[in-house]
Structures are given as C-alpha cells and as structure tokens.
Design a protein around this ligand. Structure first.
Ligand code: ZN
Length: 327
C-alpha cells in the first residue's frame, strides 16, 4: 500500500465511530485512524438496547485490547496525557455511550464508566427512555427527573454531555441546564439537508453558547442523498461555521467499520423509522478521506488555524475544560 495522505492539523480528533458492539470484536481496525494522523478516537461501547452487563462485557474486552497494543494505542486518561501519547506515536482510544440505558437506571454508574474511559454520553438514542426523548420519538417533553440527575452527575464527574440523537426539546433542556460545555458528538445540519436526525440552527447556536462543539458526521443519508463525499461533509461544516464560528465545529464522522453489523441494527423498528431501510447500503466517510475534508475546507478559503481547530483543536479544548481526574 502506498502512503495515504495524512492530516495537516496538529492534533486530529474523531469524536465518534462504531465497531460491532460485541465483546469478541477485534478493535485493531481503529489503527486506520492513526495511519492518517488522527490522535484521538472515541468509539461507541453501548446504546439503547444495552444495559450494564452487555456494556461492561464490551468495555472490558476492548480496554484489554487497547492495553495489549501499546505500540499503537493508549487508553484515555487525563488531558495532559494526550500530547504525550501523540509524541509517542500512539492513538488515544476513548469510549462513548449512545444512550443512558447502559446506566441500568443507576446514576452512580456515570463515575464507574468515566473511570473505565467513557468520556461522553448522550441521553437517548432516537427513541424515548428513562432520561428523555430522542429525535425520532413521537413526542418530546424534555429531560425527565432521572435525565436531570444524570446530567448533574456528568457535570460533577467531568463526562462530556452529548445531545446527538436527542429530540429538540431534550437537547435544548440539557444545553440550558448543563454547567459545562455541551457537544453534539455526531450531527449534521438540517439547514443543508432535511432529516429529523439533523439539527436546527438554534440548536447549533445554543450548543456553541455553552462553549461546546458540534461534531459533523460523515453519514451519507444525513449529509445528502446518501452522499458521504468530503465535499458533502465540508458543506455541513461550513454551514455550522457560518452559524457558530470556526471554534465550535469539529469532526464526529460516525464511521461504521462493519456494514453487515449495521444492517442488523437497522432492522430494529423501535430505534429506526422505515425511512432508514430504503437504502441497500449506507455511505460513510472513512478515516482515509479526512485529509480530503481538510483540502475541501482549504478550497473554501479556510485559514490553516481554522482547519486545525475544526479537525481537532476545538474538541481538545472542550476535553481540557470538562474532564476531571478519576476519583
Ligand atoms: Zn449515532
């Protein structure tokens, strides 16, 4: 294989990607991010259908795999570790949760997951749960009492509050109540492409007002007509930048490593409305295309400093502001 293009940004940050949520899944493909110059990756370890046991099985296995590959990977720790890992040529691996169901109804699990490397969590994945309402739920009454307790605990512990996949009111409720910057880990712009999963202009502005970052995803059906090209992603990035400024936009591609696994998940009619099943396969922007996204932004006239902020500097800033030392 010839050398692939690498990012020019000084610190590359991928806020969300997906491996099959199984304990026996081989996480070695995460190295594709390291190969293109990404320094930090967060991979999902649990979502709506999962409780404590399933999530812990995945976390335990994947943590062990990270620890056994010290030449390539480093388990997430404090913000200070990030630069050291980069200098050692290691990819920092962190975990995220796409729902609060993995808490099993226990607020105390927030600290436990944080201590194990979970650095962000969103309240509800598309549907309704104990904490709030998702973007495809029939209604949205905002955060529940449990959701508010979880939010307060996340703020206390230092876990990033994520509102991707949440309904409009649930997301705005969390943004209003959070004492720390809030992120949309992987969302696209409804002002560019109409989809219930995409977020409105006022959500973008409200997130930015907390000091947070909107991670733009690289999912074809959210960016356009199943178009996951670097140009399509850059259009959503540019739209968000026009609304919120270059210091509040980042990358959370939602790259799915295993398309067969995704097809199985999409058959869940409770989590995914019928519209999700109209495509034979989904297009995703792969890690190897991230340098092309940088090139698209440069083509739009973005200065190097803004590109660096979007490709990693902004999420790095939020991490430094939010994460706290493990208990
Ligand atoms: Zn997602």
């Amino acid at each position: 294989m010839t050398d692939a293009a690498r990012l020019t940004a000084p610190f590359g940050w991928e806020q969300h990607c997906c491996l099959p949520l199984k304990a026996d899944c081989d996480i070695a493909p995460l190295d594709r991010y390291r190969q293109v110059g990404v320094d930090y990756v967060s991979v999902n370890v649990g979502f709506g259908p999962h409780g404590i046991e399933q999530t812990m099985r995945v976390l335990s296995s994947w943590r062990r795999q990270v620890l056994r590959a010290p030449d390539s990977f480093q388990l997430v720790g404090s913000p200070d570790d990030l630069t050291a890992a980069q200098q050692a040529g290691r990819l920092v691996v962190a975990f995220d949760l796409e729902d609060t169901n993995p808490l099993g109804g226990e607020v105390a699990m927030v600290q436990t997951y944080y201590d194990l490397g979970v650095r962000s969590m969103l309240f509800t994945y598309n549907g309704e749960n104990l904490a709030g309402f998702g973007c495809h739920a029939a209604r949205d009454d905002g955060l529940t009492a449990f959701g508010r307790d979880v939010l307060a605990e996340m703020n206390r512990v230092g876990m990033m509050v994520d509102v991707s996949h949440c309904g409009y009111r649930t997301s705005m409720d969390a943004i209003e109540r959070s004492s720390a910057p809030v992120i949309f880990s992987h969302s696209a712009m409804r002002g560019v492409w109409e989809h219930d999963r995409n977020i409105r202009d006022d959500q973008v502005r409200a997130c930015a007002a907390t000091g947070g970052v909107i991670g733009i995803n690289g999912v074809g059906i959210f960016l356009g007509d199943n178009d996951a090209s670097p140009g399509a992603m850059a259009r959503h990035i540019d739209y968000a930048v026009q609304l919120a400024g270059p210091e509040h936009v980042g990358i959370g591609t939602d790259f799915v490593f295993d398309n067969d696994d995704l097809s199985q998940e999409l058959s869940n009619t409770e989590l995914f409305p019928a519209a999700y099943r109209q495509w034979d396969s989904y297009q995703f922007l792969p890690p190897e295309q991230l340098p092309a996204v940088e090139a698209e932004l440069a083509g739009l006239g973005y200065p190097a400093g803004d590109i660096a902020a979007i490709m990693g500097g902004n999420f790095l800033r939020v991490a430094k502001a939010v994460w706290k030392a493990a208990a």
